[in-house]
Design a protein around this ligand. Structure first.
Ligand code: ARG
Length: 440
């Protein structure tokens, strides 16, 4: 192996995600332009691998490019309104043909895909059926959308029972109404509806682009539902991407933890997205990926991990578990993808306009992420809410950091009375800094 050290650290990064996904349901929507040749083969291998980890997979395929190809052969040009295909009688036939072909190619690829996974003895079984019922989209702005339909209902019982049997559920974008009519559906809609109905852990869209692209052509790595809504309002994303982004927002606002939109073209993107901390595409979640919140008793082990090394070096004062339990209300923690990367505490003094910033720590491997600044900002904001005007920070080692961020050196005499006596007692002779907070 060329680089064992890298492998070890990558594996350690991936392992928690592997554990986390076991037994969870993942709905994966795949654009049909990805479903041929080498791209299909590698995708099928990766899907097999993920299924082999115990992930319950529901795959929804698209049909857009295939239908267009069939339309073109028949000498017709595809018609759209508002980004949705108008499905007339002939196009409906093409839609059914496209689904049949694509489905068959996926099934074949999933079967050969297991050649690369030595320990799986039996091929993955693939379940299909009438899991999605449809109803007509109807007439929009005076335009009859004909056989274009929308999801009426997802048969969650049916899907769950196939998943329980260990099958991968493969859904085609065709659905029937209760009166037996057939409708052409969109992959994006079905994947969204299925994810919500099944209360899946994640919804993943595999597309040609590397994610949701911003105005500069860069991929957004993380979006909160709020940020995604702003993007949708500002019309900065292309019409195709808008629909997926809208589905992503709907999904996370309806209980799906995360929607991930990424390239299905790049070899291994799905693996990289699911099993690395930062992923490669766009992840949309209800809350920001990184956020700062009040600490809770349950966070004490992680806070201890953060501060212990610094206590041992004498940079921080030693705080016992009991101390942390009694003062947990003063602490805030910075979480990134559910892992705590930093903390800070705000001490207040009765009858004083002073407060103290204490215990500002960021995990060593994340020192350059700007987390320290985020925690400081958060603390100043909190202090302002409590009408604190002078925010003290005592430090033996990191005075420069505070000065660079607007603190000034102060004398210990300026500390509130109670804090001063403590200061004199401790004999640490920390330097004292103060930040003057402008009231709101
Ligand atoms: N691997 C993690 C997950 O699947 C994190 C992915 C983060 N992705 C991103 N584009 N920021 O949940």
């Amino acid at each position: 192996m060329t680089n064992v050290v890298d492998f070890i650290s990558d594996f350690r990064e991936a392992a928690p995600y592997i554990q986390y996904l076991r037994g969870k349901t993942l709905v994966v929507g795949v654009a049909d332009s990805l479903l041929s040749g080498e791209t299909l083969r590698t995708l099928a291998t990766d899907l097999n691998l993920i299924a082999g980890l115990g992930v319950r997979l529901v795959v929804v395929h698209g049909s857009r490019t295939q239908i267009n190809a069939l339309d073109t052969v028949a000498g017709r040009s595809p018609e759209y309104y508002n980004g949705r295909r108008i499905t007339d009688d002939d196009t409906l036939i093409h839609a059914k043909q496209a689904c049949g072909m694509i489905r068959s190619d996926i099934e074949a690829a999933l079967l050969t895909g297991i050649a690369h996974t030595p320990f799986r003895s039996r091929p993955l079984s693939i379940a299909g059926g009438n899991f999605v019922s449809a109803r007509p989209l109807g007439v929009i702005d005076g335009i009859d959308m004909c056989h274009t339909g929308i999801v009426r209902k997802v048969d969650t019982e049916g899907i769950r029972s196939r998943l329980n049997d260990g099958a991968l559920v493969l859904i085609s974008p065709i659905g029937h109404s209760l009166s037996g009519k057939t409708f052409n559906l969109s992959m994006g809609d079905i994947a969204e509806a299925a994810a919500i109905a099944l209360q899946a852990e994640k919804l993943v869209y595999l597309i040609e682009e590397e994610g949701i692209i911003d105005a500069q052509g860069e991929v957004w790595s993380n979006l909160s539902a709020q940020e995604a809504r702003t993007l949708l309002d500002n019309q900065t994303v292309s019409p195709e991407q808008r629909r997926l982004l809208q589905s992503a927002v709907n999904a996370v606002e309806n209980g799906i933890k995360r929607t991930q939109i990424l390239s299905g073209r790049k070899n291994g993107s799905l693996i990289a997205e699911l099993f690395t901390r930062h992923g490669v595409g766009t992840s949309i979640a209800l809350d920001a990926f990184m956020h700062i919140r009040e600490a809770q008793i349950g966070d004490i082990p992680e806070i201890t991990n953060l501060i212990r090394p610094l206590e041992e070096q004498g940079v921080l004062l030693r705080r016992s578990r009991e101390y942390l339990e009694n003062h947990i209300g003063e602490f805030s923690v910075l979480e990134h993808d559910n892992q705590i990367y930093g903390c800070v505490a705000l001490k207040t003094f009765p009858d004083s306009d002073a407060g103290e910033l204490a215990c500002l720590v960021v995990l060593p491997e994340a020192r350059d992420s700007g987390y320290g600044e985020r925690l400081l900002e958060h603390l100043i904001h909190q202090a302002r809410k409590r009408h604190i005007l002078r925010l003290f920070a005592l430090s033996t080692h990191t005075g420069e950091w505070f000065i660079e961020r607007g603190f000034q050196t102060a004398s210990s005499e300026e500390l509130p009375a109670g804090r001063l006596s403590e200061y004199l007692e401790s004999k640490r002779r920390s330097k004292v800094f103060v930040y003057h907070i402008k009231p709101e």
